[in-house]
Design a protein around this ligand. Structure first.
Ligand SMILES: C[S@@+](CC[C@H](N)C(=O)[O-])C[C@H]1O[C@@H](n2cnc3c(N)ncnc32)[C@H](O)[C@@H]1O
Length: 210
């Protein structure tokens, strides 16, 4: 996005929470691939959606350093829980320290493991699910989480435009192919409602209707 326009948007949005600002900064100092972290605008949008849905149970695939988990947890009903799954066990201590700083140490439940192995064994039904793991696995995640989403529940999916690479019909890039496969699957499903938002790298909102 045009830098001037981005600054205008930031100037007219609520400023970033200081804990999230530090999380973002520390992620850039301490980790490789810091660009995976959710930024302020998308984080604020996630927070707004969560506050509007006011869920009791949230599931997240792909914690990374914990930015989106904190944003989503802000909208939980009192006593609600957010389960976040991360395959990389080296990230746990860092994200846990920020969950504590944000006051969510008893609200956010961290699970270390592969989402596809963990979720089938979970008893809970979720009001809101956020998919932000490995782009090659989106279709797999969806087919697992849809059974765990309550009717009327919402699913938010990140990176569904993948830097506009979804428009390249000749791509051989596995991540782009993963996103294209996912988007086509969703397009052809009629037991859900969906809308794509051109925010950051593209966000899909899905509502399970039945
Ligand atoms: C784009 S990052 C998530 C960013 C995060 N939501 C945030 O707000 O900063 C994707 C994360 O998904 C994790 N991941 C990849 N495959 C996974 C899987 N099968 N199960 C759980 N986590 C996975 C990666 O290790 C990585 O940390």
């Amino acid at each position: 996005m045009n830098k001037k326009l981005e600054q205008y948007i930031l100037d007219h949005s609520t400023p970033e929470d200081p804990v999230l600002e530090d999380l973002f900064r520390q992620t850039h100092i301490q980790f490789v691939n810091p660009n995976m972290v959710t930024g302020h605008l998308q984080g604020k949008l996630l927070e707004f959606i969560s506050r509007m849905v006011n869920p009791e149970m949230i599931l997240e695939i792909g914690t990374f350093t914990g930015y989106s988990a904190i944003c989503l947890a802000k909208g939980l009903k009192s006593g609600g829980k957010l389960f976040t799954i991360e395959i990389n066990d080296e990230l746990r201590e860092f994200s846990s320290s920020f969950f504590q700083r944000a006051g969510f140490e008893n609200t956010i439940v961290q699970i270390t493991g592969k989402a596809q192995d963990v979720i089938p064994g979970m008893d809970s039904r979720f009001d809101l699910v956020y998919i932000d793991g490995d782009k090659r696995e989106y279709t797999e995640y969806y087919n697992i989480i849809i059974r765990k989403t309550r009717p009327g529940g919402f699913i938010i999916v990140d990176n569904i435009l993948w830097g506009e690479k979804v428009l390249d019909n000749n791509t051989k890039d596995p991540q782009t192919l993963g996103i294209i496969e996912f988007n086509e699957m969703i397009k052809n499903m009629d037991d859900i409602e969906k809308v794509m938002l051109p925010v950051r790298d593209g966000i899909m909102l899905i509502r399970k209707t039945a």
